[in-house]
Write a protein that binds this ligand. Structure first.
Ligand code: AHR
Length: 598
């Protein structure tokens, strides 16, 4: 491998090259990255009609001790369903309650890590030990005499975990006869990322990728199968207990939208990345709004921009300020829809969004769903979205050259979703080859992110993802660790790197390589990183010659070699074997056996 590290061969890679894409798929959000522990906290998941399905809540007791039902008596206008609990037993009298009481329990999202117990009758708040406080437990409750419902009252407690058990559940029990309505029952761990509600260990995995942007909230999640089930930002802001939540009918599960537009913008800010907001273009998987009727969607997008960037005294900016963020968010990119280009109304709708947004926010970069990689777009855009999923890792590897012939004069590419659908080491090798191709084409590729980012091991929609978790553990897949090897590429300089061989040409076809350099702002040192992907079955002995550097400018003794491999290319990580395929970093062999500096 010949690396020409001279100034003349260096070209800049986009500052925003590698980032992350979060979608509410695979139960990635609520109960995952979003640390809410109670599933179906408003009892709304069964739909707005009653009787409703309260799943996964379950009943503690039997018909002679309590009757649990749902009704529409909640004081929350946008989520009327509440849980009604008629307790028939009592601590005193003939029909005595069991000592542990009767009531309901919630198992969380396949378990909760910490164990809390609340006995309503004994007013558990009085029994909590002072000292370490582990969770904020909030619920809205109404106690009624007779059958009258009065206003719900908010109760908020700090709960201290008495132990660690990933299969914990939240119990609401009582030993007193009477009527109780519950609604909006939430448990949030106190210790979340920057106190903003995100699960620390999962965010740490994101920080370790050094993402330059955060694309959100989807994906098909933005589209919905039907428009009524699309992600609509206005339904996801304000006090969490007043958010209606919605059924994500593409990935087929309910979300309470505690992780809403505001939370995404704040997460991007906390991670030091640029937010990229994808909004609905008036198109779902199965429906399309006519361009002549799309203006309400355009207005919704403009209002969303005002919410993110507007003056704190503006209509929507004031709501952001009321949520605790008077300063505007640094929102510079929006995508008009997701994978909608194939729909006949897309171009018409897109142009309405484009002109309205450019008029109000000329600096905002607008991303079109139409692919401009093989032919020029027929409409104005700052970037075009490009998605590529491959079942066969080979097809991903050969995509390394896809952007070689893309027009250099049109909008740049945002490869916002790519993945091999198998999750193995071989998948990651195919993806690494593709990313090397993106680095080499960084004059026309501005951004790239893998998809999907997360999967809850108990509730997957896809077999593949970058990070897998359950209520207590997590692991990075080979695709995650592969991305870590590209984390210094954003804003780096890429050099010419040429593979030569005097053996079989087949070997060269199975190899891809790139060389980048960057300056570490903390220690002011410059680094050179050479990445080589061997997608073939043969071991290849490579000699690396680095040309164009000052003599003695490479400190070989402090140089390292990082290898991501395994005995079998089909190996994957799992909760049982989370470290089967992880990078191994070792010192570079002494004596220049691996690298020769010419
Ligand atoms: O990553 C899963 C899905 O694949 C995304 O929601 C969609 O954009 C793509 O088709």
């Amino acid at each position: 491998l010949l690396v020409d590290a001279s100034e003349a061969s260096g070209r800049p890679i986009s500052e925003t090259m590698f980032g992350i894409f979060f979608e509410e798929i695979n139960h990635a959000g609520a109960g995952g990255l979003w640390a809410e522990l109670v599933s179906n906290r408003g009892f709304e998941a069964g739909g707005p009609n009653v009787p409703s399905n309260i799943d996964p809540w379950s009943i503690i007791g039997n018909e002679s001790s309590l009757i649990v039902s749902t009704d529409r008596s909640s004081c929350f206008d946008r989520n009327k369903v509440a849980l009604r609990m008629e307790v028939l037993c009592d601590s005193q009298g003939a029909s005595s309650c069991p000592d542990d009481g009767v009531g309901i329990y919630n198992p969380g999202f396949w378990g909760m890590l910490k164990l809390w117990m609340l006995n309503y009758a004994s007013r558990a708040v009085a029994t909590l030990a002072p000292g370490r406080v582990d969770g904020r437990f909030i619920y809205f409750i109404c106690l009624a005499s007779g059958s009258e419902v009065s206003n719900l009252t908010k109760f908020e407690f700090m709960l201290e975990a008495q132990g660690t058990n990933p299969n914990s559940r939240l119990q609401l029990t009582t030993t007193r006869k009477g009527l109780i309505w519950f609604d909006q029952v939430s448990v949030m761990p106190l210790d979340t990322y920057k106190g903003h509600g995100f699960r620390n260990d999962l965010v740490q995995m994101l920080e370790d990728l050094k993402p330059q942007f955060l694309r959100f909230p989807g994906g098909c999640f933005v589209q919905g199968a039907q428009l009524r089930n699309a992600f609509r930002w206005k339904e996801t802001i304000g006090p969490w207990e007043e958010r209606p939540g919605h059924f994500g009918d593409v990935w087929m599960y309910w979300t309470d939208d505690g992780l809403g537009y505001f939370e995404f913008l704040r997460l991007a800010e906390d991670l030091g990345t640029l937010p990229i907001w994808v909004f609905n273009s008036g198109i779902s998987l199965n429906e399309q709004v006519d361009t002549s009727s799309v203006l309400p969607f355009v207005q919704e997008a403009l209002d969303g921009l005002e919410f993110a960037r507007g003056n704190p005294n503006s209509t929507w900016g004031s709501l952001r300020a009321a949520m605790g963020h008077p300063e505007p968010f640094d929102l510079r990119y929006v995508a008009v829809g997701n994978e909608d280009c194939v729909k006949e109304n897309y171009r018409g709708n897109y142009l309405k969004f484009y002109s309205a947004i450019k008029r109000a926010y000329p600096d905002i970069k607008i991303i079109s769903n139409c692919d401009g990689s093989s032919q020029k777009l027929d409409h104005p855009a700052d970037l075009f979205d490009f998605h590529f999923y491959a079942d066969d890792p080979k097809n991903m590897f050969s995509m390394a050259h896809h952007f070689d012939h893309t027009s250099r004069s049109g909008p740049k590419a945002f490869v916002s979703e790519y993945a091999v659908t198998t999750g193995s080491l071989l998948a990651a090798l195919g993806e690494a080859g593709f990313l090397i191709g993106l680095e080499k084409n960084s004059d026309v590729v501005e951004m790239a992110s893998y998809a999907p980012l997360f999967a809850n091991d108990n509730g997957r929609n896809s077999k593949f993802s970058a990070i897998v978790f359950n209520s207590s553990h997590l692991y990075g897949t080979p695709s995650y660790w592969m991305q870590c090897l590209f984390k210094e590429s954003s804003g780096a300089t890429i050099f010419n790197a040429t593979l030569q061989t005097n053996s079989s040409t087949n070997q060269v076809e199975q190899l891809l390589a790139s060389a980048i350099s960057w300056k570490n702002s903390e220690n002011e040192n410059s680094y050179l990183r050479i990445k080589i992907v061997n997608f073939g079955t043969d071991i290849v002995n490579l000699k690396i010659v680095v040309d164009g550097l000052e003599p003695n400018s490479i400190n070989l003794s402090e140089s390292t070699k990082t290898v991501l491999t395994s005995n079998n290319p089909m190996d994957e990580n799992s909760l049982n074997e989370p470290k089967k395929v992880i990078p191994n970093r070792i010192p570079l062999e002494k004596g220049g056996e691996d690298v020769e500096v010419a």
